[in-house]
Design a binder for this molecule. Structure first.
Ligand code: AHR
Length: 644
């Protein structure tokens, strides 16, 4: 049996990449990887999400209300919170509950807030328990506040002790006697713990570290549906996400909540830079989730906008938009090799969406981008099999599909039952190039698919099914630069999509890697620069495999395999012989199995138990030059001759 081997992965200039699609779903941006602790910090709002004092509570009898439109902090932040203390005795003010709590440790918190109104005295900023009278740390911030003007106050706060749990709040109080008018207006109240790589306005440490530890290669952003926006005039506009936080109006999110835009375009780019990731930048392509399509006559400004965005990311510091980036502190261009036009423009339910994408939206974007940036790999937002015929999950069907221009690659999004992912092992053997821009096992075999719920967490049989499909993609890596898990993170307190790589709450001790993280991590830690042809005396199933070598590691030989067997509990004997390998050659075998045996088990963040068993065995090639081992019924393995 031949795999489609012998292909040079390096055509894309990098090994086959494992990575993430990130969009703010499940509070994975605000309340997730964006480290800001204050929820509703700037009273941002939109048509869908009206302004309110939600997540704030009065302290000591203060009254909280929204002020809208009267001498705002900035054009972008028209609303603020008035804190009236007329009848209060002793310090009064407000507290914020964070994103369902706050993790309080003995490290440095960096905070700021803006105040309007004359105040003589000091503000007290405190991190305290919501359950007891414990105050873990507090600091006096001398007032600079004056009447009729907004002034910023900054502070650093190091708690004296760790909080025993995350049921904590952050408060700001002030002395009513010093506030002549009996009230002060507050806005942009912000508090950051230490961040990943110490970035200002950066990423939450434990979540970023867990992603980084997977050894990822790619970041695709900003969606997914988030890119599209709910309506054409509320789509994600990158320009609104740049510069000082007070100039960012926020974004009417598509997943049920207002977004701050604190995690903006620069922050995405810095995220990629800090983890050494290739970027897939998705540009808005004239279609929103409500199905509203931009006409051909009106499209050019959006094409210009996409070109400006590309220039912002990768243009020299003396270009118009490169200069804006330089002014924001990053004169060096970011490396940009992949741009995707839109997201899932083929999806049913958008009258005219797909037709317009095929007829003019994609061709116009493609022409403009490839003329200005010939080195950029343009990605269409559909696969060669989209739209799939009703009920079908596999196989190309280009009847109504996009006529992919030469050099363009597609984007395939298999959210599947594990059986279907396994069936798709050969899906790309004779196809054009694609990214697998979103993939996950989401539904159990034989279920009712999208008519039913997703499984509560990635589960073992799903992870093994995914591993089979990953091998199928990687062995076609001359045409597939990489694959992206989606969605990646879930705040356990508010989510709509349970199947994610990481689960978390405010409490860093709760952060949990899903079973599937271990499979992706294993494959990502054993990169190959090109695939190798394989032959075998048995056909694929229940064992699926692929092989390659890695030039960057002195030609290390790598074999990746997965046993997907839902009926037969017997181990599968495996003998791997790399051509030219001498008897006695050493290799390490890393085998992932499920320690509890139940294929439907998952890593439950409420127990914290990791059900994935990882065993590493050093093997020596036998007298026939082959490495012999066996793999259990549902298991994933990598054999690598690199001693590291
Ligand atoms: O990952 C969740 C959603 O699934 C994405 O936003 C969308 O692209 C896909 O349909």
């Amino acid at each position: 049996v031949q795999s489609s081997g012998g292909n040079v992965t390096g055509k894309f200039g990098h090994p086959f990449g494992y990575g993430f699609l990130h969009e703010d779903i499940n509070n994975s941006g605000d309340g997730g990887i964006y480290a800001e602790l204050i929820q509703n910090r700037a009273f941002q709002y939109s048509k869908e999400f009206p302004v309110s004092t939600a997540h704030y509570f009065p302290v000591n009898g203060a009254k909280l209300s929204i002020q809208n439109g009267t001498a705002p902090l900035s054009k972008a932040l028209p609303a603020s919170m008035r804190v009236s203390v007329t009848n209060c005795t002793g310090k009064a003010g407000f507290k914020n509950e964070g994103y369902w709590g706050m993790d309080v440790r003995r490290h440095k918190y960096t905070g700021s807030f803006w105040v309007k109104g004359a105040y003589n005295g000091s503000f007290t900023a405190s991190l305290e328990s919501n359950l007891t009278s414990d105050v873990f740390g507090s600091i006096e911030v001398p007032s600079k506040a004056v009447a009729n003007e907004w002034t910023e106050h900054t502070f650093e706060l190091v708690p004296e002790k760790d909080a025993p749990n995350s049921n904590n709040t952050f408060s700001i109080t002030f002395d009513p006697k010093g506030a002549a008018s009996g009230a002060l207006d507050f806005n942009l109240i912000s508090l950051f713990p230490p961040t990943f790589k110490d970035r200002k306005n950066g990423l939450r440490m434990d979540l970023a570290q867990a992603l980084y530890d997977m050894n990822p290669h790619f970041l695709r952003f900003p969606g997914g549906n988030m890119l599209e926006g709910l309506t054409n005039d509320t789509h994600w506009d990158w320009k609104n996400s740049l510069g000082p936080l007070k100039d960012r109006p926020g974004f009417q999110g598509v997943w049920g909540y207002q977004q701050t835009n604190g995690l903006g375009l620069m922050e995405y780019l810095e995220w990629a830079e800090d983890m050494g990731l290739q970027i897939v930048l998705a540009v808005w392509a004239g279609l929103a989730l409500d199905g509203n399509v931009t006409s051909k006559a009106d499209l050019q400004p959006f094409i210009d906008d996409a070109l400006n965005e590309i220039e912002f990311v990768s243009g020299p510091a003396n270009s118009t938009w490169g200069a804006v980036r330089a002014k924001l502190g990053h004169p060096e261009p970011f490396e940009l090799n992949y741009v995707e036009v839109g997201n899932e423009d083929w999806l049913a339910g958008y009258p005219g969406g797909w037709e317009s994408y095929k007829e003019y939206r994609f061709p116009m974007f493609f022409e403009a981008i490839s003329a200005a940036y010939p080195h950029i790999q343009v990605i269409a937002s559909a696969a060669s099999s989209d739209p799939a015929p009703a009920g079908a999950t596999t196989g190309p069907n280009t009847v109504d599909g996009l006529d992919f221009p030469e050099g363009v690659i597609g984007d395939y999004h298999p959210y599947r039952e594990p059986d279907d992912l396994v069936e798709e092992f050969n899906r790309f053997d004779n196809d054009i190039g694609h990214i697998i821009g979103e993939v996950a096992a989401t539904h159990v075999n034989g279920g009712i698919r999208w008519n039913g719920s997703l499984y509560p967490y990635p589960w073992w049989i799903g992870a093994v099914g995914e591993a089979v499909s990953l091998i199928g993609y990687e062995r076609n890596s001359d045409r597939i630069p990489g694959t992206f898990y989606a969605p990646v993170m879930k705040n356990q307190n508010r989510f709509q999509w349970p199947i994610t790589l990481l689960q978390y709450s405010a409490d860093a001790n709760f952060t949990t890697k899903a079973v599937t993280w271990y499979c992706w991590s294993l494959f990502a830690h054993h990169p190959i620069s090109n695939t190798l042809p394989t032959s075998s005396n048995s056909s694929y199933g229940p064992l699926y495999w692929g092989a390659g070598e890695d030039d960057a590691r002195n030609g290390s030989l790598v074999w990746k395999g997965a046993v997907y067997n839902t009926t037969n509990a017997e181990d599968v004997p495996v003998s791997v012989h790399f051509q030219g390998v001498m008897p006695g050659t050493k290799a390490s075998l890393t085998l992932l199995t499920n320690s509890v045996g139940d294929p439907y088990m998952y890593n439950d963040p409420f127990t914290g138990i990791n059900i994935v068993d990882t065993t590493v065995t050093q093997l020596a090639a036998g007298s026939n030059g082959a490495f012999e081992f066996s793999m259990p019924q549902l298991s994933v393995a990598v054999l690598d001759t690199d001693p590291a």
